[in-house]
Design a protein around this ligand. Structure first.
Ligand code: 1HE
Length: 257
């Protein structure tokens, strides 16, 4: 793995902790960092079941490192955006579900990274913005595809038209984050969730990561067929048979337990 100093990666049992570690620049994402994320998410160790990404310092991420932006010509700019797309697809469609723990600024490219994750836990201090509108540029890390699916097109357009800053509470109501915690409690919550996710059958996690988004992106006819196919594949695994038998024999937890 090619891990830059601005990224810390630690495996603890079945969980992988990925920390963006560039607090002096508010975790602004330069090329080294984004390529480091690619390296991490393309070489997840086999025994890992869930990854957690979070930021060091006062902010999750201030987005793209703007000091690198001014040095690119048009073709380099296109390649750069396509590189972000490639890396974020590796997070979204990698081998394990990824939980983002957010605090402070979650803006621009930072918001795009969080959007590519499977679950978002926001601490009270989190705020969201797309300053691209004010900087005279446009999102280039996949936000226009992923963010409207989470919060709706009108809200994303508003954020860019007006520079609106969304609070942690608003982020929950809009559907961007799924959990809101008090300050410094996000990681704890993410670990609790990651442990639950790690206990799922592999086929279920696979279906949620790789098939559900494709169903959502397709038409009803194709979507329903894909659902039938993956439902049949998942329920014919030995793991599913065992879990169903456990429930019928009273050995499995009831809903909510
Ligand atoms: C940076 C960056 C950055 C901070 N690139 N260097 N993103 C933005 O437009 C957000 C710009 N950043 C901010 O609005 C603020 O920095 C924050 C609200 C996130 C944090 O404020 P604060 O008061 O804690 O920090 P600061 O004093 O503004 O910044 C500390 C240092 O980090 C300072 O450098 P220094 O050398 O003067 O100490 C800042 O210049 C530096 N810094 N943010 C480079 N973003 C795939 S396309 C995605 C397109 C985008 O993401 S556009 C949105 C970019």
């Amino acid at each position: 793995m090619n891990i830059p100093a601005s990224l810390s990666v630690e495996q603890k049992g079945q969980l992988l902790f990925v920390k963006i570690n560039r607090p002096e620049k508010r975790n602004a994402i330069n090329d080294e960092l984004i390529l480091g994320l690619e390296s991490v998410f393309t070489s997840i160790p086999k025994e890992v079941k869930c990854a957690i990404i979070y930021g060091e310092g006062q902010h999750f991420s201030a987005g793209l490192d703007l000091s690198e932006l001014k040095e690119r010509d048009i073709i380099e700019g296109l390649n750069h955006s396509r590189m972000w797309h490639r890396v974020l697809e590796k997070i979204q469609f990698g081998t394990v579900p990824v939980i983002a723990v957010l605090h402070g600024a979650c803006v621009g490219g930072g918001l795009e990274i969080a959007s590519a994750c499977h679950i978002r836990v926001a601490e009270q201090s989190t705020f969201y913005a797309l300053p691209e509108g004010q900087r005279g540029i446009f999102v280039g890390g996949g936000a226009s595809v992923r963010l409207p699916k989470l919060i709706g097109m009108a809200r994303m357009a508003d954020m860019m038209f007006t520079g609106r800053v969304i609070s942690a509470e608003e982020g929950i109501l809009m559907g961007f984050s799924q959990y809101l915690t008090s300050e410094s409690k996000g990681l704890e919550k993410a670990i609790e969730l990651a442990e639950k996710i790690s206990q799922n059958a592999d086929a279920t996690n696979y279906a949620l990561m790789h098939v559900l988004p494709r169903i959502v992106d397709s038409g009803q006819t194709e979507g329903l067929m894909m659902e039938s196919l993956i439902a049949t594949i998942a329920s014919s695994s030995p793991e599913a048979t065992k879990r169903l038998n456990d429930f019928l024999a009273g050995r499995a937890k009831k809903v909510g337990e």
